[in-house]
Design a protein around this ligand. Structure first.
Ligand code: HEC
Length: 128
């Protein structure tokens, strides 16, 4: 049997350690971007802008066909809580006493995505 020197074993351990550190860093990077911080802007562009307009002004290409049409988030969301906005997106207009012209997204999007959208919509609703 070949006897391995203690230095050899140490070097092997060090290499393992480096691999573990790299893995930890990768995991930490994944955790640093929690689900709720997903790209709300992209989700909005993909799912909402057609009616609400790219900036949430209620002027998307599909808005003209809706009655009532989507309003400007700046006024429509004044004083509204995160919970209210989340509910409106998840359950659609009727979930918050608004029209069914606002469709429910509870089956198309998960809660983390709806949270990301809630944050993004609030950003659109705060006048710059
Ligand atoms: C088919 C068109 C349509 C799509 C797509 C749509 N909305 Fe709406 N949304 C509306 C309409 C119309 C209203 C206003 C309903 C009313 O005033 O009764 C509304 C209302 C809302 C409201 C309540 C505040 C307000 O402006 O009245 C929020 C919040 C909202 N939408 C967010 C979203 C988000 C986020 C998405 C994408 C995930 C989305 N909407 C997609 C049509 C749409």
């Amino acid at each position: 049997m070949v006897k391995r020197s203690p230095t050899f074993r140490l070097r092997r351990l060090a290499r393992k350690g480096a691999a573990a550190a790299a893995l930890c860093a990768a995991l930490a990077a994944g955790l640093a971007a929690p689900a709720w911080a997903q790209d709300g802007a992209k989700l909005f562009a993909d799912n909402c802008a057609g009616c609400h307009g790219a900036k949430g002004k209620g002027d998307g290409p599909a808005a003209a066909a809706l009655s009532p049409g989507p309003g400007d988030f700046v006024s429509a969301l004044a004083g509204k809580s995160d919970d209210w906005i989340f509910k409106a997106i998840k359950g659609g207009g009727p979930a918050v006493g608004k029209s069914a012209g606002m469709p429910p997204f509870g089956s198309a999007l998960n809660d983390a995505e709806i949270k990301a959208l809630t944050a993004y919509v609030k950003q659109l609703a705060s006048p710059q």
